[in-house]
Design a protein around this ligand. Structure first.
Ligand SMILES: NC(=O)c1ccc[n+]([C@@H]2O[C@H](COP(=O)([O-])OP(=O)(O)OC[C@H]3O[C@@H](n4cnc5c(N)ncnc54)[C@H](O)[C@@H]3O)[C@@H](O)[C@H]2O)c1
Length: 500
């Protein structure tokens, strides 16, 4: 049995959506119509044995079965931490005006009723507030974590207590992380996911690789971060992307805030909790002067660090120089730094040849989304001794008699050694995530297979929702000014290409 859903690919509509990145093949065809076969064959394959009531389903001892496969209703570290987690969630709610406003406005209308959302993003208090809001808006939710070290176990427990299926705990192995993601694909009634909320293309990648037969049922995915968008662009280029994606990262109220101000504050938090080191006076090398690098450099120099930047992009290098930083190559910087921070989203930034040149007891941190910015594999293979100082902090002794301090095994330091970006800035990011999910579901078929950003109007609305909390008062355009600069008094105030 199959159902047909119709999509219209309309070039007129595309030209209005200048912010969308669509498959070139689709772009060239004017007014072309196509159908996607939606087969429910895969759902029928799974037999759902539901003998449990809602309360029983919440008990860890009860397992769900479909097609003979055992499925736990959730898997976390310790349900007894729920009370602690609820307190963290309550504190975060107070600092997340945008998300709470969306909960209030849309809570009654339940625009996400019918959404079976699989999410894969750091299970922190801020994410918890977003998850509970998406739930309040009507979505059924199953969640895993995109990083094995960033789950706050107390928050995970509080969410499970509130009826959300969480599969995540701090200190997962890579295999366990994949197992957790796998648990979020099918829901307790045997039906598969129909929406994705992702960080770093972790979940959407698995769906493209392992559950390709389900992609036609998915009305879209919203991607949180730069690294994920980079990977999605690659598969879009290869024409392998199977559903529409909203690029949340490139909403201005995300990348110019969370990546910049958020990472600036949480990097310091991560370094301090891991090492207790004094930052004032230290020579700190920041590798990459994009949104994250800029925020990190500013926060570090604010504490008195002497910051050096390395870059490959002449524009970013010039910005760094004009902001007052020394810009040199990594070959030079590796000999000078006392703390190193990788912030590129790329791979192999700090390699063996650099590490052998470094001073004794340097600290190597990564704040980018992957785990390969620092060559940890080389470090592990070449260390003569590895000393564990405490959870998430190791000292690697090298053959040259010097040592290197490595927090979080080279994974994202702000989320692994501290609690990630502060609630207020994440309220901006997650307001965009919630709006993206509403857009994808309520305008099914209007977003083509491709990568889209939310409209400038929504971006400005997210910013507006955060002004009152900071006692910010806006001026308004007079009619004369409005005519003079050709901007409507209620926005959008900038063209989509404005860079801020
Ligand atoms: N930890 C967090 O909370 C968090 C939050 C947001 C983003 N991120 C991640 O941080 C990373 C950076 O994000 P961004 O938004 O700043 O991206 P970006 O693209 O704005 O900046 C990356 C910068 O790195 C530079 N770069 C690339 N290769 C380099 C090299 N070999 N040497 C020196 N510089 C190089 C690029 O030119 C660019 O300027 C991504 O992986 C992103 O996903 C992490």
């Amino acid at each position: 049995m199959s159902v047909k859903r119709r999509f219209t690919i309309d070039v007129e509509c595309l030209s209005n959506q200048e912010e969308s990145e669509n498959s070139p093949k689709l772009n060239q065809t004017r007014q072309k119509r196509f159908c996607r076969q939606l087969s429910d064959h895969n759902c029928e394959e799974y037999e759902w044995i539901d003998g449990f009531n809602k309360e029983q389903k919440q008990s860890e001892n009860i397992r769900f079965f479909y097609s003979g496969i055992e499925k736990l209703p959730y898997k976390i570290a310790d349900i007894n931490l729920a009370e602690l987690g609820r307190k963290a969630l309550t504190m975060a709610e107070a600092e997340m005006p945008g998300v709470m406003q969306l909960r209030k406005i849309h809570g009654q209308k339940k625009p996400l009723k019918g959404v079976r959302l699989a999410g894969c993003l750091h299970v922190t208090a801020q994410t918890g507030v977003m998850i509970e809001t998406l739930h309040e808006l009507g979505a059924e939710i199953q969640w895993s974590c995109c990083n094995p070290l960033s789950t706050q176990d107390d928050v995970a427990a509080a969410l499970v207590k509130a009826g959300i299926a969480i599969y995540a705990w701090k200190g997962e192995t890579d295999e366990e992380k994949l197992w957790c993601i796998d648990q979020t694909i099918y829901f307790p009634d045997g039906q598969p996911l129909n929406a994705i909320l992702d960080d770093g293309f972790n979940l959407a990648r698995i769906v493209h690789e392992k559950y390709l037969h389900l992609t036609s049922l998915i009305h879209g995915s919203s991607e949180e971060t730069t690294a994920g968008i980079t990977k999605l662009r690659k598969i879009l280029k290869e024409q392998k992307l199977k559903f529409p994606v909203i690029n949340v990262n490139d909403s201005v109220t995300k990348s110019k805030f969370d990546n910049n101000y958020g990472c600036g504050e949480s990097l310091i938090d991560g370094i301090k909790r891991a090492t207790d080191v004094m930052i004032g006076g230290k020579v700190v090398v920041v590798i990459g002067y994009g949104n994250v690098g800029k925020g990190c450099a500013k926060a570090l120099s604010g504490l008195g660090a002497r910051v050096i930047i390395t870059e490959i992009d002449p524009i970013c290098a010039l910005q760094a120089a004009m902001d007052g930083y020394q810009v040199i190559t990594m070959a030079e910087a590796c000999k000078k730094g006392q703390i190193f921070v990788t912030a590129t989203g790329s791979t192999g930034l700090i390699r063996g040849e650099h590490m052998m040149e470094m001073r004794d007891m340097v600290i190597l941190c990564n704040i980018g989304s992957g785990q390969t910015e620092i060559d940890v594999v080389w470090l592990k293979q070449n260390a003569v001794k590895i000393e564990n100082v405490k959870p998430q902090v190791d000292i690697y002794h090298l053959s040259n008699g010097r040592a290197i301090i490595l927090p979080a095994d080279g994974r994202v330091v702000n989320l692994s050694c501290a609690h990630g970006n502060p609630s207020f800035v994440m309220s901006n990011s997650f307001s965009n995530q919630i709006l993206a999910q509403i857009e994808l579901f309520t305008k099914k078929g209007q977003y083509l297979i491709g990568i889209h950003t939310l409209s400038k109007t929504l971006d400005e609305a997210v910013a507006s929702a955060h002004l009152e909390y900071l006692n910010v008062k806006l001026d308004t355009l007079t009619p004369t000014q409005s005519t003079y600069i050709d901007v409507h008094p209620f926005g959008p105030f900038k063209p989509y290409y404005y860079r801020y």
